[in-house]
Design a protein around this ligand. Structure first.
Ligand SMILES: CC(C)(COP(=O)(O)OP(=O)(O)OC[C@H]1O[C@@H](n2cnc3c(N)ncnc32)[C@H](O)[C@@H]1OP(=O)(O)O)[C@@H](O)C(=O)NCCC(=O)NCCS
Length: 203
């Protein structure tokens, strides 16, 4: 009895952590369960989910203005809250935290434990931090981007299409398309189209 239950739990959690494997090897039971789960979420006001993809049972989509495009994968522990709008084929890694307003283009991968916060707290000295108002410009992450594990993207930033943010980077300023950026604060390492050519990015 116990090994069977263990096998079930293990198998169940596998796609929650590796949702890209779902279409390859999920059983019909799992597919039916996932469809039902997505339909359940679609019934909640403030959550829209297009068809396809995989929403981990262990992720959290908070009702508000969630609008997820076709075939998005949302892994276990991922939190999406506030206004979060995405294109098609976006992947949210394990334990990432996306607090809108955030828009994400199509075919973009957001790595494990990435933080994307589309707001700041005020910093005036007149009140305690806990009473500061929220200020927000919002964040846009373009098409075909890869945000590496543990990166943080701060409010007001636009990540240009086809860009890569290195693991652990803190992105404080907008970056042009095709950039690979890394470090704290993030700096352009190179243009993704070329092995070593920073000049092209500023051309
Ligand atoms: C950025 C990345 C894609 C590599 O890009 P690349 O252009 O091939 O980079 P290279 O390995 O040639 O390194 C270029 C420079 O960037 C630096 N660099 C690479 N990764 C870095 C990082 N995460 N943070 C800071 N600097 C980094 C290198 O040290 C090197 O610096 P140098 O020229 O002074 O020696 C890779 O390092 C990375 O961070 N990948 C994300 C991995 C990840 O998150 N995986 C989880 C799966 S979602």
């Amino acid at each position: 009895m116990i090994p069977k239950l263990f096998r079930f739990a293990y198998y169940f959690s596998r796609h929650d952590n590796c949702p890209w494997e779902f279409n390859k090897n999920a059983s019909n039971f799992r597919k039916t369960f996932q469809k039902k789960y997505q339909n359940l979420l679609r019934g909640i006001e403030g959550i829209k989910i297009a068809q396809g993809g995989y929403i981990a049972f262990g992720s959290k989509l908070y009702p508000g203005d969630i609008d997820i495009g076709e075939a998005n994968n949302v892994s276990s522990g991922a939190i999406l809250r506030g206004k979060v709008h995405t294109g098609a084929n976006v992947r949210f890694g394990v334990n990432c935290h996306i607090a809108g307003p955030v828009t994400v283009g199509s075919d973009t991968m957001i790595g494990n434990s990435v933080s994307v916060f589309g707001f700041n707290h005020g910093t005036d000295t007149g009140s305690n931090m806990s009473e500061q108002p929220l200020v927000s410009k919002g964040i846009h992450i373009g098409d075909d981007c890869w945000i590496g594990a543990n990166a943080t993207i701060l409010d007001g930033v636009v990540i240009g299409d086809h860009s890569i943010v290195a693991a652990g980077a803190v992105v404080t300023k907008s970056i042009p398309p095709w950039s690979i950026v890394g470090g704290v604060p993030a700096r352009v390492l190179r243009d993704r189209r070329f092995a070593n050519n920073l000049e092209l990015l500023s051309a």
